[in-house]
Design a protein around this ligand. Sequence first.
Ligand code: NAD
Ligand code: MG
Length: 399
Amino acid sequence: MKIQRICVLGSTGTIGENTLDVIARHPQSLSVYALSAYSRIERLAAQALATGAAVVVVPDDAARRRFLQAWTGTARPPEIRIGEEALVQTAAEPCVTTVMAAIVGAAGLPSALAAARAGKRILLANKEALVAAGSLFMRCVRENNAELLPIDSEHNAIFQCLPAVGHAQARTEPAKGVRRLLLTASGGPFRTVALETLADVTPDQACAHPNWRMGRKISVDSATMLNKGLEVIEAHWLFAMPVERIQVVVHPQSMVHSMVEYQDGSILAQLGQPDMRTPIAYGLGFPERIDSGVGLLSLAALGRLDFEEPDFGRFPCLRLSFDALRCGQAACVALNAANEVAVAHFLGRQIRYTEISRIIEQSLDRQAGQASRALDSLEDVLALDGETRTFAAELCLAC
Ligand code: NAD
Ligand code: MG
């Protein structure tokens, strides 16, 4: 395997922790250069000690002090950098070969873009960056010869099922012979509950995903299936695939992680345990296969695999995502920003679960009523993202 010095952005999250687990299994070739966290600073200090990271990035001076208080090492603590600029700078540093982009939300966009601009191997877990700035991000990957490896399990599965030609480079057209991409979705914790109970579900119920252990924001997104909607948009950009050739299939067991359908009628699928260390190990080892620590999948013990059509009535957020992708990039920015605001308010118990889709829909309506605008730069994207957040926050307050 290629020797890599890795920057793990969002190291204290679910993806970050899983990444460090895989890295620790390959001390000969993989080492950590930098880690970043927004909260759980004590955990960051423990990670920095265990990995020997040279740099950590924290949000502010209070977090820097907390880091130093939590530092138990006898050696000198790592260099502590502060703020978003430091994330951007660290992701682009010459000694870094590989960046794991695992910050949640559009907050992960500037640093992921910086990694692309610096031509790194990018392990892209953050999906909001691609939803908000797909064309900008992919252009940046292409122009700077960055290597892009999707970590989201569905996209990693599709990547594995596609022909290997020019693989980790940004595509400009769909792979030859491919008819459709089939994204699987578990349907989350509310796939079968009575619709009238949804208005009263709690954040903990929404975060209790039947198959995956994930951060709270993506867990709520999985419950609403907005997550699958974001993944449809993500697939559109990653694989240069038109929206009408991307289909969602509900598969409650989460063992088939997604599929590629070919012109000749073949469907290739990637299967495995629902454990993010598999796609992470794939990204780190690429093009080789390396140990991930994930247990084997026994098909006989599993017995059956079920598939069904998604229910757009139960999951309005999925429909809204398809609508946004058809409308264009500004709508996708609005979809993502409104969702981040609505989910944060739901997790803070300020709005009901069923308000999430309503707030997104109204934010999309507002966007549709405005003159079309160019989104050619990070600044353009962030400006629209900010405006939508203000609008969505007002809607939340009025709930
Ligand atoms: P998480 O909430 O567990 O962790 C998020 C990380 O980002 C933490 O380290 C946190 O400190 C940091 N962070 C949060 N807000 C930040 C900000 N404003 N600035 C800088 N850092 C910030 O999330 P997760 O489940 O690990 O997911 C991370 C990303 O990967 C998300 O975009 C998610 O959609 C995507 N993803 C996750 C999974 C999964 O299984 N967890 C699967 C596919 C994709
Ligand atoms: Mg996924």
